[in-house]
Design a protein around this ligand. Structure first.
Ligand code: S0N
Length: 289
């Protein structure tokens, strides 16, 4: 039979809070998993700063994403911001120094770049759930996610040229892929903000929904994904990124191929023969056209 879009029943999730790996509570993020469902939700929790991130925020995000990656019960991850005013407003400008962003440590960092790579390579879909502003480094974060569900109050834009910074990595190359090279230049050179519907038209977001339906709609997308083959999705994610990510993209895609190959009798024959100190017999395995 043919399953049609929207068949997944609409229901709220029951969220359970997750601590960090040492049992301590996170300070700059909220990390939750939906009870009985394969959904993790990571929320940047600095609403008084429009969810701007400091190095510590990024460290916590990286730990939460690591946990979600390693938890085989999790199949899809939501990244969002606390409250309705902002998804994320980028790097905390109050902490910007001459060598990056510095909080407790005496040296600066741009560790958000590590987080971007982590999201990109994570073999599970990451969905940005955006209410309010997704600007600056916060805009780049939603772009590196696999899908973006936007509330009708969402606002998108890059501020780099205005505040004296730029993301010449994924922030430029992925944007150009998403909206095309001319529009990408417009976004970066003019530092304009775009509303949710303009962003949808530009190809920056998948869908725009009323603010009050944002989480429900995002959960629905998660549940639809979770009905599908995790291996197919894993390989598709790495395949969709492979060309743009060059050697690293191919390595990710190749890793998935190896993982799948390990599950075959043919691969097992090689390992078993080694362990039994005999010559492997691959003669029975087909040399497919
Ligand atoms: C988001 C905006 C548009 C919201 O405006 P609104 O609603 O009028 O609120 P405000 O009154 O402006 O803000 C409320 C409070 O929040 C503070 N705040 C907001 N954003 C930030 C921020 N990014 N850093 C620090 N504080 C922030 C306000 O100061 C205010 O506080 P109070 O109440 O105490 O006055 C508007 O707020 C806005 O435009 N924000 C700034 C957006 C911005 O320019 N972000 C930085 C852009 N750059 C990056 O993100 C760089 C990212 C990065 O790490 C990087 C990556 C790769 C390569 C290089 C870099 C690099 O750093 O250079």
């Amino acid at each position: 039979y043919h399953r049609i879009h929207g068949e997944v029943p609409m229901k709220e999730a029951s969220w359970g809070a997750v601590c960090d790996e040492t049992g301590k509570e996170f300070t700059d993020i909220i990390y939750e998993k939906a009870v009985g469902e394969g959904i993790a939700k990571i929320t940047i929790n600095r609403p008084e700063r429009r969810n701007a991130f400091r190095p510590h925020t990024i460290k916590e995000l990286i730990r939460a994403f690591n946990d979600a990656r390693d938890d085989s019960a999790v199949g899809v991850i939501i990244l969002t911001g606390k409250g309705t005013k902002a998804f994320c407003s980028g790097g905390d400008q109050a902490l910007r120094s001459s060598d990056g962003y510095a909080d407790f440590e005496s040296f600066g960092r741009l560790n958000v770049l590590d987080l971007q790579v982590q999201i990109r390579r994570l073999p599970k879909p990451v969905i940005a759930m955006v209410a309010g502003y997704a600007v600056g480094g916060g805009h780049v974060l939603h772009m590196v996610c696999d899908l973006t569900i936007a509330a009708d109050n969402a606002v998108f834009g890059q501020t780099g040229a205005k505040v004296g910074s730029f993301d010449a990595g994924y922030g430029s190359s992925i944007m150009s892929r998403l909206v095309g090279p001319k529009k990408a230049r417009e976004m970066w050179f003019l530092s304009r903000f775009y509303n949710a519907y303009e962003a949808e038209k530009m190809g920056l977001v998948n869908v725009v929904v009323p603010l009050e339906k944002l989480e429900m709609e995002t959960l629905n997308w998660c549940r639809e994904i979770l009905r599908n083959s995790p291996t197919a999705i894993r390989v598709l994610k790495s395949a969709l990124n492979a060309v743009d990510d060059g050697h690293a993209g191919l390595q990710e895609l190749g890793g998935s191929a190896t993982l799948i190959f390990y599950g075959t009798e043919e691969a097992n024959e090689g390992k078993t023969a080694y362990m039994q100190r005999r010559r492997p017999d691959f003669s029975k395995f087909p040399r497919r056209p």
